[in-house]
Design a protein around this ligand. Structure first.
Ligand code: ZN
Length: 265
């Protein structure tokens, strides 16, 4: 069994402030280690469930956060960004049995995580078919187009509500809940134990039930923080300016959604 693990940082245990997510900031050192330990917990859970090939994507910001020397020998690691539209799940293909998402977070506009955003912090809303869309849902739809189910997601409680709505069979673990700028969180150690157990249990379950249903067409709306960006990005092929700092792309495939986001986010 071949398993892909996409690891972000804004949904790891305890993380509360942007200083803790920003490469080079003194506070980042502690949380990159927590991110690495949560990735290792997921790797251990996948191996316990029978995974023989495990790929790990460092999917936060620079793509250079995981402490590589802490990772076990039997994983393939993807760092930085190739420019491929699948970004946080680059190299995912039909050969994988499942996708696991660790340290993921609520979508832009959510009040459930002080670090909530989708892809970057230049938009104040991104919707897909009328609903605010997280990085989880974008990746899960792209994975589904390849026949790859999402087995398990860990992150904040607000994201878990979106995961449950998208497909209630997907294994979920809320390691923390946001309240204003604060977080109410499991300790890192407790989160790692729960991730290990949750990933193993989910990968032993009925994976085909965890595929997202594919909409027939997509309407992607981005409302930017800056009116200047809305004008510039409106020149992407097929992009329509709707007014009020908002651009729209309509398409039939999730690949086109991901490709558009690559250029107009
Ligand atoms: Zn991130």
């Amino acid at each position: 069994m071949k398993v892909y693990i996409s690891v972000d940082i804004e949904g790891v245990a305890g993380i509360t402030h942007w200083d803790e997510a920003e490469k080079g900031h003194a506070d980042w050192a502690e949380f990159r280690e927590i991110m690495t330990r949560e990735a290792i917990a997921a790797i251990d859970g996948a191996r316990a469930a029978g995974a023989t090939k495990i790929w790990v994507k460092d999917a936060h910001d620079s793509g250079r956060n995981l402490i590589t020397t802490m990772l076990p020998a039997d994983v393939t690691l993807i760092r930085e960004w190739s420019g491929h539209p699948y970004s946080m799940i680059q190299e995912l293909d039909e050969s994988f049995a499942a996708l696991v998402m660790i340290g993921h977070h609520a979508s832009v506009g959510s009040e459930g995580n002080s670090l909530a955003h989708t892809l970057n912090t230049r938009t104040h809303m991104i919707t897909l078919n009328g609903k605010p869309v997280s990085e989880f849902r974008l990746c899960a739809l792209a994975a589904a187009s390849l026949g790859v189910p999402v087995a398990f997601v860990s992150g904040d409680k607000a994201l878990m509500e979106e995961v449950e709505q998208a497909n209630s069979h997907i294994g979920r673990l809320a390691v923390k809940e946001g309240r204003g700028q604060s977080t109410i969180s499991m300790t890192p150690l407790a989160a790692q134990n729960a991730i290990r157990a949750g990933v193993e249990k989910s990968l032993r379950g009925k994976l085909k039930d965890c595929l997202l249903e594919m909409p027939e067409k997509f309407t992607l709306d981005l409302t930017y923080v800056s009116p200047v960006l809305a004008y510039e990005k409106s020149f992407y092929p097929g992009c329509k300016y709707l007014g009020n700092r908002t651009n729209r792309v309509e398409t039939a495939t999730i690949f086109d959604v991901m490709r558009a986001l690559r250029f107009i986010k």
